[in-house]
Design a protein around this ligand. Structure first.
Ligand code: GDP
Ligand code: GDP
Length: 455
């Protein structure tokens, strides 16, 4: 029994209890051309050739797993935005604002050879307002000759400028050391969630799918202005709404209300907004347009929600425009393109007419209940014992890994750790997941299964 307690402890530690504590987030912010992408490439290293250098290429990721001096963190990259020359100031500021809201600490990049510009100053004001720790990177200090330029950046009032050459790597180690000092051990996004407070919902989906229409429909006349929910600081971009006698917290609604028209980089910007909203939420309502073909952008949003481990509800909007001829295609998309979220509840609705809008809240509640489900260890092992007896792992090279013990290490989302005598094939892990879902439900939540090999 002591052994089991030990294993359970180990499993919980691995899953990062409580609730799988999220990694701290470091955002790289600055105006275009100061060298953000170059710096991000340098931080991520060569093994991750993810940052595209070609102009006009839409990046589909905004955050990357990164590591420095044995610490893991999430790096949010805002480089590669194609910003129009007109209104550049406002755009940079707005984009920086989103990135800052996502971050636990900010790496603010300035071009030391140019010195502080009006746009830089504008971002500085946002940084001050946010109160987040900032590490100032004086980039393009390729040699000692330019070092004097870096000292000029003390004038920004953000403390010591760190002279760096992102291009050649000079000074980046010291910069990252400083960034690690500024970064908390655990992301504040996760820990700021007050237990027992209103549930936090993100409405996400590609532009024009109907997020703002749905928000307006939901809120209608019901908008409540509650300024102090006990012990919480509420962003002005969020909205508290009374629905079915309960208060719901719709996060990052400003991004939905404020229409951003950007010819270029709009995709990427939308992606960043989505990420910000998902990070702040417990459940993501992903809107899809029932009247048109599923797009790559749709599946990308879904992947973002899954990767973040949030509860998920799929809302097929614009059902009033749904042509019966499209139905078979829709079914096929659900079976093929949405196979990774077969488990998510689907609600067909119309934000325009309000048809079925009332079905959203019950679906959200079901998904959240699954998200927080905990299977007692005894029950889990009884289930696995039966399953393995009936369907043993296939023999490979005369060997057959045995499942020794399993435990649910955390909830939100449910994470399971299986201790086995050998590696379990991906197909078998998927089989276990399927059976777990059949037996215990888990409608609307991703679940994670990891395997630890034990002799
Ligand atoms: P971003 O728009 O902020 O992401 O900037 P990029 O990373 O795309 O860099 C803009 C330009 O500055 C590119 O031509 C880079 O090669 C160049 N650059 C970036 N970092 C440095 C540096 O440390 N030194 C020099 N000399 N050029 C750099
Ligand atoms: P957002 O960019 O996701 O916030 O999308 P909007 O809410 O601004 O909606 C984009 C367009 O789709 C607008 O013209 C809406 O009137 C329209 N729209 C939204 N929901 C529906 C719906 O359920 N049915 C129909 N017919 N149109 C809708």
């Amino acid at each position: 029994a002591d052994d089991l307690a030990l294993l359970e402890g180990e499993a919980a530690a691995e899953a990062g209890e409580p609730g799988g504590a999220p990694l701290p987030v470091l955002a790289v912010v600055g105006r275009p051309n100061v060298g953000k992408s170059t710096l991000v490439n340098r931080i991520l290293g060569r093994r991750q050739a993810v940052v595209e250098d070609k102009p006009g290429v839409t990046r589909d990721r905004v955050s990357y797993p990164a590591e420095w001096a044995g610490r893991n963190f999430t790096l949010v990259d805002t480089g590669g935005w194609e910003v129009d020359v007109l209104g550049i100031d406002a755009r940079v500021a707005e984009q920086a604002e989103v990135a800052i809201s996502l971050a636990d600490a900010v790496l603010f990049v300035v071009d030391a050879t140019v010195g502080p510009t009006a746009t830089d100053e504008r971002v500085v004001r946002l940084l001050r307002k946010s109160g987040k720790p900032v590490v100032l990177c004086a980039n393009k200090v390729d040699g000692p000759r330019v070092e004097a330029d870096a000292t000029e950046l003390w004038s920004l009032g953000l403390g010591e400028p760190h002279p760096v050459s992102a291009l050649h790597g000079r000074g980046t180690g010291d910069l990252l050391d400083a960034a690690m000092k500024a970064l908390p051990q655990v992301s504040q996004h996760g820990t700021a969630i007050p237990a027992g407070g209103p549930r936090r919902v993100a409405l996400v989906g590609r532009p024009n799918v109907g997020k703002s229409s749905l928000l307006n429909k939901i809120i209608g006349a019901e908008r409540v202005v509650v300024d102090d929910v006990a012990g919480t600081t509420r962003d002005p971009v969020d909205e508290l709404v009374q629905l079915k006698g309960k208060t719901w917290w719709f996060v990052d609604t400003a991004g939905i209300r404020r229409r951003v028209h950007q010819s270029q980089g709009a995709d990427f910007y939308a992606s960043l907004r989505t990420q910000a909203a998902i990070e702040k939420s417990e459940v993501a309502v992903v809107l899809l347009d029932a009247s048109t073909k599923l797009t790559e952008q749709d599946t990308r949003v879904i992947s973002q929600a899954i990767e973040a481990g949030r509860a998920i509800v799929l809302a097929y909007n614009k059902w009033d425009l749904m042509d019966e001829d499209r139905r078979p295609f829709l079914e096929r998309e659900i079976e093929q393109d949405l196979v990774q979220v077969q488990w998510a509840p689907r609600v067909n609705l119309s934000a325009k007419t309000g048809w079925h809008a009332e079905r959203l809240v019950p679906a959200i509640e079901r998904a959240l209940a699954s998200w927080e489900t905990r299977i007692p260890t005894g029950r889990l092992n009884a289930f696995l014992g039966e399953l393995v007896a009936a369907h043993p792992h296939p023999l490979r090279g005369g060997k057959q890994p045995r499942i020794l013990f399993a435990t649910q290490a955390s909830t939100s989302p449910p994470r399971f750790v299986i201790f086995a005598s050998g590696f379990l094939e991906a197909g078998y892990r998927r089989f276990i997941e399927r059976r777990l879902r059949e037996t215990f439900g888990f409608e609307g939540t991703p679940i994670e299964i990891s395997v630890r090999v034990r002799e």
